[in-house]
Design a protein around this ligand. Sequence first.
Ligand code: C2E
Ligand code: CA
Ligand code: CA
Ligand code: CA
Length: 275
Amino acid sequence: AKADGRSTFRFFEPGMDARLQARRALELDLRKALVNQEFELYYQPLLNVATRRVTGFEALLRWPHPERGMIPPDAFIPVAEEIGLIVPIGEWVLRQACAEAAGWPEMIKIAVNLSPVQFKNKRLVETVVEVLQETGLDPARLELEITESVLLHGSAGNVAVLQELKDLGIRISMDDFGTGYSSLSYLQKFPFDKLKIDQSFVRELSDRPEAMAIIRAVTGLGRSLQMLTTAEGVETPEQLERLSREGCTEVQGYLFSEPRPASELARLLACGTQP
Ligand code: C2E
Ligand code: CA
Ligand code: CA
Ligand code: CA
């Protein structure tokens, strides 16, 4: 009965082992996926509210797992971040997205998500410069989306990195705006080009007057600080109508298109004109 710690632990928590094994398997699969180039990028259009024209696309990572089917990014990016694998994966995303976008019409922008973990890599700016040179993409067509966690306490180094990126002519967007702890103070730390209003506010637009008030405040803030405002997760014409009335500058969501492979670019570019 008084067995060593290990077997006691196993005896009382049989599920633990299975979870740990599943996690190890996922880590191994992720490393293999990078080597075997299993990842894909899907693209979701962003539209100008006034013109209803596509202004750019957000690149969203997809992992068609050979045995388990499509694994959503929320299910593997946190693991990739914990084991540091998000650095090479993020570099692949950036290179792939910029290479693709370099072949698109010139006014179309490409938005790429950056993990806070990528900022721990000393070579982040160098990598971005390299990718821009390799692909020939005009830096003015690249937008990097970051979350406020990049600006958390003691992040003077990250602010400097963001400024270096901005000095290259790249635009910087604040993603998931309004979901963090003290979003407003972050707006003083760095001059963002764009605020992406989190989809949770858009979802509640019709049910909660508070959501409308918050969106009104954020678009007003954007105007005063000369930042564009993009609403995410727009699914209904009613939401679009309200966002438009509040002076939101850009929209993104299933109302126009889900994220799709680059092979569907022609249809994606036209998605605002077919209601
Ligand atoms: P995000 O950056 O906030 O991306 C927006 C998410 O909302 C995407 O989910 C998109 O498919 C989804 N979405 C867009 N329109 C609608 C809509 O109308 N309704 C609903 N319900 N959802 C909508 P996805 O592609 O599953 O990505 C989830 C998250 O994974 C992203 O959230 C981002 O944080 C992360 N992610 C995706 N690709 C990358 C990447 O290349 N690098 C990093 N670091 N993170 C990524
Ligand atoms: Ca994003
Ligand atoms: Ca977002
Ligand atoms: Ca998100």
